[in-house]
Design a protein around this ligand. Structure first.
Ligand SMILES: Nc1nc2c(ncn2[C@@H]2O[C@H](COP(=O)(O)OP(=O)(O)OP(=O)(O)O)[C@@H](O)[C@H]2O)c(=O)[nH]1
Ligand SMILES: [Mg+2]
Length: 366
């Protein structure tokens, strides 16, 4: 699972990246949005269910689910229209599965805002427009190419080419009308046809409102941005990046005092990871045993064979069946073997849609 942090420049992307990855990665400075190699860091997903399994099995190793975060340079509005986004930035963003869109809501007069004023809803819209325009450029290039190939009878499968062309025209019109591909409701077949383009506006998004210290504990700390997020059906997580980063670097006792003082109930880091997980429709399944208890990340609705693929391509290729038991049953029975003795393990095939909390053992032969 890879998640990209995007936003205009100096909105706090690297601060929040540091918070999420616990600052173990040296964060590069981008001179006013100049493209550079992205910062990459991995963080573990807190999960009390894995803690329980580890406690029960005392395995040699326990491995939480991880999310990889990618922190890129700030986007400069207007660049995507001329195809001016840097290839490094585009390549990094195409690779991620989802986006955390950081929007500056904090004031800080000593930190100049590239647009000259603090206006979170305007900024969010500007950035979303960049994503649309980046996709539009890809769609237009592809339409041109396909049209020419079809005219020259240069395609092996002209019917498929025609189908793709029709779809691209539809996406094009949608994008021009301001609708991200995410909201254009593709069928599974259509989705498959254009999957290779890895459109930016198709990726699921969580908006992170990087709020001012003065707004900590407020009910609705960024009302205009909240309205924008609601209108566009986007999840919104408000947090104060600078304060949360300080908090994450304190020892537990100090952090507790500090949080009580500021009216923060849960660390922003845990909350952001949890809410992002939820908003991005991610679930966890587990593999358990004396050697290792491990949580794996999967998109909700994925099949058992897709889950197998996460572990090893051989397991997916040689998939015979999956033995499955839900976490709650496993917890109630106390162990995999106890559940097995009671006949509570289910045998599922390749197409079984994995549920959050399933513990799975795969039978396969290669
Ligand atoms: N007051 C305040 N300052 C913040 C907050 N979050 C980040 N900053 C400051 O804003 C400045 C920019 O933060 P970065 O995290 O580097 O922002 P960025 O989006 O990664 O910037 P670029 O990579 O240059 O686009 C730094 O000086 C941060 O300390 C916040 O919540 N409150
Ligand atoms: Mg940065």
């Amino acid at each position: 699972m890879k998640c990209g942090l995007i936003g205009l420049s100096t909105v706090g992307k690297s601060t929040i990246f540091n918070l999420l990855t616990k600052g173990n990665v040296e964060v590069r400075k981008y001179g006013g949005g100049t493209a550079d190699e992205p910062n990459v860091g991995v963080t573990t997903v807190p999960d009390p269910r894995l803690d329980f399994l580890t406690y029960t099995y005392t395995p040699k190793k326990h491995t939480p689910a991880t999310v990889e975060f990618v922190d890129v340079a700030g986007m400069v509005p207007g660049k995507a229209r001329d195809g001016g986004l840097s290839p490094t930035l585009l390549a990094a963003l195409r690779e991620v599965d989802s986006l955390l869109h950081v929007v500056r809501c904090f004031a800080a007069e000593d930190i100049p805002h590239p647009q000259g004023s603090i206006d979170p809803a305007r900024d969010a819209e500007l950035l979303d427009l960049e994503l649309l325009l980046a996709d539009l450029a890809v769609v237009e290039r592809r339409i041109e190419r396909l049209t020419s190939d079809l005219a020259k009878h240069a395609l092996d499968n002209a019917a498929l080419g025609e189908k793709e062309l029709a779809l691209l025209h539809r996406l094009h019109d949608g994008l021009e009308a301001g609708t991200p591909i995410r909201a254009q409701l593709l069928t599974e077949g259509e989705e498959h046809l254009v999957r290779g383009y890895r459109f930016l506006s198709q990726k699921p998004v969580v908006v992170v409102a990087n709020i001012d210290e003065s707004q900590l504990g407020a009910d609705n700390p960024a009302p205009e941005l909240a309205a924008y997020a609601e209108e566009h059906a986007l999840a919104l997580v408000p947090l104060c990046g600078a304060v949360e980063l300080d908090l994450a670097r304190m020892d537990a006792a100090d952090a507790e005092l500090f949080m009580a003082d500021l009216g923060i109930e849960e660390s922003g880091r845990d909350r952001l990871i949890r809410e992002a997980y939820h908003a991005l429709r991610l679930i966890s399944f587990f593999t358990v045993g004396e050697d290792e208890c491990r949580a794996w990340t999967l998109t909700a609705g994925c099949s058992a064979v897709a889950a197998a693929e996460k572990i090893h391509s051989d397991i997916a290729r040689g998939f015979i069946r999956a033995e499955v038991v839900g976490f709650d049953v496993l917890k109630a029975e106390g162990s995999w073997n106890a559940a097995k003795t009671k006949g509570l393990l289910r045998l599922e095939g390749k197409e079984y849609p994995v549920r959050d909390g399933d513990a799975i053992s795969f039978r396969f032969s290669v």
